[in-house]
Design a protein around this ligand. Sequence first.
Ligand code: FSX
Ligand code: SF4
Ligand code: F3S
Length: 392
Amino acid sequence: MGIDNKDTSYDSLYKAFEERIELLAKLPKMDEDNSIEKVIKENGFSRRDFMQWAGMVTAMLSLPSTFTPLMAEAVKVADRLPIIWLHMAECTGCSESLLRSANPSIDSLIFDYISLEYHETLMAASGWQAEQNLENAMHKYKGRYILMVEGGIPTGNEGSFLTIGGHGKKGKDIAIDAANDAAAIFAIGTCSSFGGVQAAAPNPTGAVPLSKVTNKTVINVPGCPPSEKNIVGTLLHYLLYGTLPALDVFNRPKWAYRLRIHDLCERRGHFDAGEFVQQFGDEGAKDGYCLYKVGCKGPYTFNNCSKQKFNQGTSWPVQTGFGCMGCSEPDFWDTMGTVNEPLKDRLYHTAFGGLGADATADKIGIGILTVTAIGIVAHAAIAVIKPPKEGE
Ligand code: FSX
Ligand code: SF4
Ligand code: F3S
């Protein structure tokens, strides 16, 4: 598909999106008195801010800018899709990433606006009432709701490491039941996508990814936590297309996880020039040099943090001066090594698809990425022989 806006394939996509929005608009609103315009206004954002945001999401989903008004329309009907959000074994950082209640972004407001039928952190109900609410929502919206699950699923001791509610139902069973009747399933965060911190060796609770307890397709939205943009983008993508997005080998949406952190990193020029921070606080750190030698795992990590950033686009780990830990990769706690040390020549399995300077190594497939380490040696040599900077 080309990027020409006159491309007929975009014309038909536009039409398909319009039809889907029309269809959703016919479903009942969550709250007749509420509207996205009202939510935006009450939280101090202008229509212009909202349209700018819609333009950003449109670009993030690799759609032409002519789709921006349609994206804004799609948000208006987002409250027609019932959502059930389950908490398993995790830290609630994924919810916090999205809600950011102290300083909500437009992404978090969208989440406020949607039809969140069940979310343990947010709802007022507790105990028996909460359990009842979940059952009611699953029954009422059977086959129609979107299931979002945060957290790994403990399966050890027959799943008894996680029990929820007055009846002590196992988290594993709740997740399986909820997945059975869902229209689409999103694993939010690395814990739900890949097991996460509780699945790190020796994994005492036998925590597994959501995809291991259901036969249905699970779209993984990893990151510990994932950015609010990737969560909202996944929802809006589903809303517009009504189908699953193109996924990589780890079932991550390609629109968000296609490239490595390293491919779009603002410090990449320093990597290529062999300019590295040797230890935190040194002159290189002050000059914004590459963090590879103090442990950045950006060359092995597929995510869009360097482009979309966090906290309303304010910053992201590498911008703050600390390397990427690889938090959106499977088993990063066990496989990415010491946080402040490079992987060097350790062999590392990675998904294919990287398009950076060392793309060829990635294209081997689920292959072995050693070229970065080799590259580092080459760059280090360049660093030794390059002429000293003026004044050195
Ligand atoms: Fe925490 Fe979510 Fe990490 Fe896990 O995020 S931020 S431990 S991905 O499940 O709450
Ligand atoms: Fe950026 Fe890390 Fe790559 Fe250096 S190694 S360019 S800091 S992603
Ligand atoms: Fe995680 Fe690395 Fe992004 S640590 S938040 S994938 S920069």
